[in-house]
Design a binder for this molecule. Sequence first.
Ligand code: GDP
Length: 387
Amino acid sequence: SPWRWGLLPLSPVPLLPERGGRLFFSTSCARCSKNRRLRQKRIISERKLTRYFVDHRKVRVVGGQGGGGGHSFYSEPRKIFGGPDGGNGGDGGHVILKADQQVKSLSSVLPFYQGFQGERGGRKNCYGANGASLYVKVPVGTLVKEDGKVVADLTQHGEEYVAAYGGAGGKGNRFFLSNENRAPTFFTPGEPGQERLLHLELKTTAHAGLVGFPNVGKSSLLRAISRARPAVAAYPFTTLNPHVGIVQYQDYEQVSVADIPGLIKGAHQNRGLGMSFLRHIERCHFLLYVVDLSVPQPWIQLEDLKYELEQYQKGLSERPCVVIGNKIDLAESRIHLPLLKEQIGDRVIALSALKGDNLEELFLHLRELYDTYVKTEQSRGQSPAKW
Ligand code: GDP
């Protein structure tokens, strides 16, 4: 049919009489048919995503070479021996790492960066121009290491770190003019830039981290509460990257939640995906432990999770947290829930990520955790991380 349902466009279009309480417009009009629907974001498969999501990189950075000093003598009619006038060379450009919110992984970082060279000093005492700084955009939460030592931690948007300094420019022959030597012929070349081999490591920054063993429903939960689309399937290691979803509240506050995959028993001893993803938990300000209620004795999962975190880094399991019991829609989960509550003696948010049951309680508690985090950061005089 030539008529389709559509939104009222802003520009005047040939509107047709109302039919069934809704307005129609012609899709044959080029302007209307073009913007009929917002184009949906293409969903990338988990496999492809691993290629895009890179959380460590080795980079060689070399600062720009300084420009050489100039070598010339001034001479004009009636002033043949005007003296030396070779200007100094410009300094080489630095290579600077800059944290950028828009960049989400280290995949765009190349293995080698060379800074811009400084210009050569010219005649008539002209100095060479300095080389421009080369900015390398890295995601917020990038850790810079050299020989295993942390040299920088870029945790704020716009934060910069000079990875390699450019070399100093050389001196022109004018610089060497003195009473002893009225016509110096020597000049110095520019110095080479600093060279360093750096390891960049990304620690995903999010307010909350979903911590749980494979198949407990972390990805399903993140899908239910945000617009993130991690892969969901009934086998372990479906999700291969940390996914970050944003939970939006009516007052425009946004809480970021990260799904940390690959955590299994013995991960701290490098079993499974090992510690490759445990480090992403470090940057989460509060933790959401997800346990599968359909499994007998779900409190053992919780103990194991806390043990793994504690083995990886002392005090990690003591962050503000809440326990989420997933799969409450299953009959056996209803039997295990009171037992879990009794065992841990703490609050358990029982929900079903698949059916969307009781998600409101999680939203409210997540906001409470976020508000306390904001208050503690503000009382410390620091600005809380905003997504
Ligand atoms: P993850 O490995 O922790 O990310 O778990 P997934 O989100 O991939 O889920 C693993 C399996 O559990 C999938 O087959 C889901 O359909 C299933 N699942 C997740 N949440 C629920 C739930 O609330 N109820 C039920 N019955 N199944 C669920």
